[in-house]
Design a binder for this molecule. Sequence first.
Ligand SMILES: Nc1nc2c(c(=O)[nH]1)N[C@H]1C(S)=C(S)[C@@H](COP(=O)(O)OP(=O)(O)OC[C@H]3O[C@@H](n4cnc5c(=O)[nH]c(N)nc54)[C@H](O)[C@@H]3O)O[C@H]1N2
Ligand SMILES: Nc1nc2c(c(=O)[nH]1)N[C@H]1C(S)=C(S)[C@@H](COP(=O)(O)OP(=O)(O)OC[C@H]3O[C@@H](n4cnc5c(=O)[nH]c(N)nc54)[C@H](O)[C@@H]3O)O[C@H]1N2
Ligand SMILES: [Mo]
Length: 759
Amino acid sequence: MSASTISAQPPEKLTGIQVGKSKHSAAGVPAVANSLKHVYGSSGLLRGTSAMLKLNQNGGFDCPSCAWPDPEDHRSAFEFCENGAKAIASETTKSRVTPQFFADNSVAELSEWSDYEMDRAGRITQPMVLKEGATHYEEIAWDDAFDLIAKELNALASPDEAVFYTSGRATNEAAFLYQLFVRHFGTNNLPDCSNMCHESSGAALNQSVGVGKGTVTLKDLETAETILIIGQNPGTNHPRMLSSLQRAVENGSTIIAVNPMKEAGLTGFMHPQQVKGVLGMSTPLAKHFLQVNLNGDQALLKGIAKTLVEDDTLDTTFIQEHVVGFDTYRDHLKAQDWSELEKLSGIQRDVMQMVARQCASGQRKLITCWAMGLTQHKNAVATIQEITNIHLMLGAIGRESAGLCPVRGHSNVQGDRTMGIFEKMPEWFMDNLEREFQFKVPRHHGWDTVAAIRAMHEGRGKVFYALGGNFLQATPDTEYTGEALRRCNLTVHICTKLNRSHVVTGRIGLILPCLGRSEWEQRGDLTQFCTVENSMSVVHASHGHLEPASPHLLSEPMIVARTAEATLGARSKVDWAALVENYDSIRDLIERVVPGFEDFNGRVREPGGFYLPNTARQRIWKTSTGKAEIHTHPLQVLVPGPGQLILQTFRSHDQFNTTIYGLDDRYRGIGNERRIIFMNPQDMKDRNIGPLEPVDITSHFQGETRHAPRFLAVPYDQPPGNCAAYFPEANVLVPIGSFADVSLTPTSKSVLVTIQPSA
Ligand SMILES: Nc1nc2c(c(=O)[nH]1)N[C@H]1C(S)=C(S)[C@@H](COP(=O)(O)OP(=O)(O)OC[C@H]3O[C@@H](n4cnc5c(=O)[nH]c(N)nc54)[C@H](O)[C@@H]3O)O[C@H]1N2
Ligand SMILES: Nc1nc2c(c(=O)[nH]1)N[C@H]1C(S)=C(S)[C@@H](COP(=O)(O)OP(=O)(O)OC[C@H]3O[C@@H](n4cnc5c(=O)[nH]c(N)nc54)[C@H](O)[C@@H]3O)O[C@H]1N2
Ligand SMILES: [Mo]
């Protein structure tokens, strides 16, 4: 079968939807029961139990699910959540994808499998190659795989013709070695999942407060007076955050949620490890729920800021001492028209004023948390800077119980950035690398994710190499990206499980299977461990405890080191083999290159690890002006054209990004189906669409259209003009040319669509 018949998209078949009531609170007994079902169902009792007992414990391994920190002083025996359990079950499964599996299933056949079926196939056991023109993958020896990569890389006219992607599960040690190899090879083409995730937060915060990360600790959160949670669904995506929010509420915090969808994890929470949770009593979490229009947050935040100015509840001392740009912003806010702000946000003026007064009350201990609901829009950076503006006007940063909290996704996505996975690392980092390693570090910026896809599509990018992830399904515009990958000479994936990126390949495709976080790595008498950094800048160790899924697996650092050795040969003076003999040697190098890692090997062996320094937290502003900066942006909110709706693409409860653990979305009341679109009931009536009827979706961007047929329409409480479908099924609708200003993050939460009943 020719490559062109291999589908880049998940199959269109429906799986038999069951609809129940959406829930008002998250977790509790069903969550625990569900997690045990997931672990024991696929990994067997022993492997599952020992994995769970080591999860997020001192001396155990870091949960490979989200980046939410572990509590320092009240870590329970089971510091995990339902979705952490699903991640472990998926990694520790007993099922195996062997060379025989690939002999039995052609690539074209596999492309007909759903993402759910691909994940269930199990762990890949051996390196595999798809040779030019071949229909099936076949086994390849590790040495031959590295030689093949080296040959293709070294045949390029320029190192800048290669793309080196990273997904945020990679550990610090793997990530540091990887960027060292890539820069030594001669390019900064290091796109990563962050480009599609919190890039907008990093860009906004770096410019405003001089640090691209959050400024608060878990203790701050649990003792804040007011917590805003904007564009985030913690019940599904950061379930352990709910325990912290519950403690905050018990300490007297007022939580205000801002979200177009009434998400269960925001309205209430039943703690699974406490009696009242088991009895089913839920602590109300959010006191106020603002059902903002999709993309309307900028208008809402301006309304809140305008109230602070009108009420004159500002921290003038802080502003005078620390802030630039306030006067311009104040004048801009005064000129804002309330009715315009109300119309664009969908929130009444008195509600905006109420929120502003809550934020300014007490000692102004305000924390704002946000995630993809803010970062994946055209105006994302501007919107996030409206948040920093509010915090700067209130002096609510750099003191106890107050500050900024972008909630990261992948378990080590923040650490990977700290290690240098970035297409445009600052000059000081490059200087440090050059000093330590004595090679000419390339200084010109590399490609981010969107630029890399375009380059491959246009034939400028020829080799694609991925440290983890599922590039084809995570990126926008699935058909366009699929074509980009097909045009490469070689595509390489370091991975644990089968995914769709493995079936849409370049002329040659390579799968390099690696150890998972939960597995031990023995070198002689030494058991290696790795390190990660969580969403609140705590660096800590992660020790694998299970026997590897296959004796043929190599660790990520080992695969990177052997790729480097084979490719660079005598060009490199780095002793790659020695570095992976003992990861302490990699950590010694990190200590010499990255600030904040003094005595890395000593401190990371302390239980709980250590905090990285955060200058904004200390009210030191590493910005271009040396002050905290208020930035004034024009009000630019997406308004759909006649007949159009705004579509957001988000996560169900049973997925981790492109890994589909199951077909339910329990809190939203959905069973056994993913090909659905949540719509406002009136929008359905207007289009003659009945509940659960199939519809065709068309997206519109600069005169181009993209199509996704046969999604089932589900009525759901959200503002008129808004709708929602799951990622990655809906990614085909996200235009490659539509990305955020400054951060260039694809606009996965603001896609303009029209919807009609299927013929
Ligand atoms: N179980 C599980 N955990 C995960 C993940 C997973 O897939 N599964 N993914 C991980 C990763 S990489 C990340 S980045 C995080 C993602 O965590 P989230 O950001 O919570 O993920 P999404 O499902 O994209 O949810 C976005 C939320 O924002 C809301 N929203 C969308 N648009 C807007 C808007 O314009 N304004 C406002 N105010 N709200 C909006 C949506 O209704 C939804 O509740 O989770 C991480 N943790
Ligand atoms: N439309 C739309 N698109 C989105 C988003 C959205 O909200 N909407 N969200 C974006 C976001 S926030 C993100 S972070 C990206 C995610 O993008 P990615 O990080 O690229 O995708 P994942 O689905 O997390 O990657 C899953 C694959 O990683 C591999 N894997 C799992 N564990 C390991 C491991 O330990 N080591 C290695 N080497 N491989 C492993 C497995 O093979 C698995 O199939 O997607 C983005 N795409
Ligand atoms: Mo993410």
